[in-house]
Design a binder for this molecule. Structure first.
Ligand code: TYM
Length: 327
């Protein structure tokens, strides 16, 4: 069975973008693949975090994975920080990654502009991500389009390492969803909907109330053309709404376009809002039940034991190849 692996940072509250670009693919493929989904909590501290909020969000992430349909009997679910091999392997990979290739990461360029003091970890973050993936020989990595470059870096690092030391790593492939690979901010549809944005008006959080969801969608920025069709370049706001509808209804964009061809923007927004509300309220209901009791603790404990075993084996073989470890 091929292996699939992904993770969503607890650096902010998960959004509709996280669901559509990140979690849904894992849910869709969990029957076919040996699936791993983890919380990249070490990645979250590449930017300043409040420790209390961070700890809360880590648990919330897991509850949301489950509520969105990740089946714990079909997935290995774990925390990155509970497995020391991620950072250990990351170091070895850092010593096999060039400054030039790490400096090309567009997300670093964007994120570092927003920080007063840029942590070194923000720069090396994609190498830790490569370690997350390569440690488990993942064949496929479902991600939104913003993470594609990072998965490609993991491929490059793995290929170079294999060429230098012999076959150690599986070369991973990014899995980008056909629809919804980049859900845009509702207030500025030329920018990604990002959980770390400071202004929440354009972001739908998975735990937003019905009232807030409706308000945010009804005030989404559109254009003055008043014709509903998909054209990301000239009509990014409307195209974003059509994309959200298409992703959540599993209808092709063309079909969604047809459905709304006679609608005005107000009606389109109402229908999108109602589908988002229906989807998210169902998730929120399940989320509440997972946050109670000790289901999450048990799942994470199991995941921790299992992944430490797998990771130790891989890490030991890496040490052996590079001439480290036992003498
Ligand atoms: P993160 O936490 O920023 O995003 C999690 C996943 O959600 C996708 N995503 C989106 N997709 C579509 N539209 C959006 N607006 C949107 N926002 C987020 C992201 O593409 C991603 O798939 N570095 C990663 C986390 C990570 C990881 C890994 C992922 C660490 N190690 C190993 C895969 C494998 C990140 O920051 O994603």
């Amino acid at each position: 069975m091929k292996r699939l692996l992904t993770g969503l940072q607890p650096s902010g509250e998960l959004t509709l973008g996280s669901l559509i670009g990140g979690i849904r693919q894992s849910v869709a493929f969990q029957e076919e693949y040996d699936s791993f989904i983890f919380v990249p909590d070490l990645h979250a501290i590449t930017v300043p975090q409040d420790p209390i909020l961070l700890r809360e969000r880590i648990k919330k992430n897991v509850a949301l994975y489950l509520a969105c349909g990740i089946d714990p009997t079909k997935n290995t679910i774990y925390l990155q920080s509970q497995n020391l091999y991620h950072t250990n392997l990351s170091w070895v990979l850092e010593c096999n990654t060039y400054m030039g290739e790490a400096s090309r990461m567009t997300q670093f360029k964007d994120k570092s502009k927003k920080q007063q003091n840029v942590a070194v970890g923000l720069f090396t973050y994609p190498i830790l991500m490569a370690a997350d993936i390569l440690l488990y020989d993942a064949d496929f990595v479902p991600v939104g389009v913003d993470q594609k470059q990072h998965v490609e870096l993991a491929r490059d690092i793995a290929t170079r390492f294999n060429n230098k030391y012999g076959d150690v790593f599986t070369i991973p492939e990014p899995l980008i969803p056909k629809v919804g690979a980049k859900i845009m901010n509702l207030q500025d549809p030329t920018r990604k909907m990002s959980k770390s944005d400071t202004d929440s008006k354009g972001i739908i959080f998975l735990l937003d109330s019905e009232e807030v969801i409706v308000k945010k969608i009804m005030s989404a920025v559109t254009d003055s053309d008043n014709k509903v069709y998909y054209d990301m370049e000239n009509k990014p706001g409307i195209s974003n709404l059509l994309t959200i509808y298409s992703a959540l209804s599993n209808m092709e964009i063309k079909e969604v376009e047809r459905k709304f061809s006679d609608s005005n923007y107000g009606n389109l927004k109402k229908e999108v809002a109602s589908l988002v509300v229906e989807t998210l309220l169902a998730i929120q209901e399940k989320y509440k039940s997972f946050m109670e009791g000790d289901t999450i603790e048990k799942i994470l404990e199991e995941g921790c034991i299992k992944t430490n075993k797998i990771a130790k084996e891989k890490y030991d073989s890496v040490l052996e190849k590079v001439g480290l470890g036992r003498v």
